[in-house]
Write a protein that binds this ligand. Sequence first.
Ligand SMILES: O=c1ccn([C@@H]2O[C@H](COP(=O)(O)O)[C@@H](O)[C@H]2O)c(=O)[nH]1
Length: 245
Amino acid sequence: MEAKDRLIVALDVDTRDEAMAIVRDVGERCGLFKVGMQLHNSAGFAVTEEIMSMGYPVFLDLKFHDIPNTVGKAASVVSRRGVNMFTVHGAGGGEMLRRAVQGAREAQGAEAEGGPLVLAITVLTSISQGVLNDEVGLPGSVEENVVRFARLAQSAGVQGVVASPQEIGPIRSVCGDDFVIVTPGVRPDWAATNDQARVMTPAEAMEAGASYLVVGRPITAAPDRAEAARRIVEEMAEGLARRKK
Ligand SMILES: O=c1ccn([C@@H]2O[C@H](COP(=O)(O)O)[C@@H](O)[C@H]2O)c(=O)[nH]1
């Protein structure tokens, strides 16, 4: 897969029109678009369907976290709609994760191949070591917690995780090369960090072994979005080339 196909652009905007403007600007320079809770809750599923109808794969990032039955049914609904990836919280526990996978598979039919990638959120990339221990109340290092969630997700049949690029190495050593690692918290040197706490550059994240990078504001808030996306893909390609050596 080329670097461009591994770039997911986060459409964190309020309206369908704003989202479509970004899709027009960078559609040729990325692999997928991510629809999250901001856009989905204001524009509904219609915007995801419109993006998919234009031929772009969609990562629906609604971060399901509820009792197993509810998450399983929600997983089934979004899978039937044809999204390519969706998220559930690892903190929901093993049974919730298993039901999410089951819901996604059932939606495809027992015989069908494929279906969406189910991704488990590990520790949000905005969470620092201090916040994890003192506010969230989880003991141990960020890395230990991320790896624990990744191991739990994999044992529940989940195909991949969302984690910071800083934890790619430890996840790969425990979960192997085929496990999908999607990393937000990606910031080129020329972009602001914003509320992300655990960041790496696009080149560093690709070299470390990320499957996909999620980038929002460095592209969507840039004066020239297409140029920002082009620069990020170029940096990703450099990192990918270093990984292959
Ligand atoms: O741990 C996580 C999980 C999801 N995200 C999402 O990724 C994008 C990042 O956007 P930026 O503007 O590049 O910061 C955003 O949609 C988050 O909801 C994350 O950042 N961290």
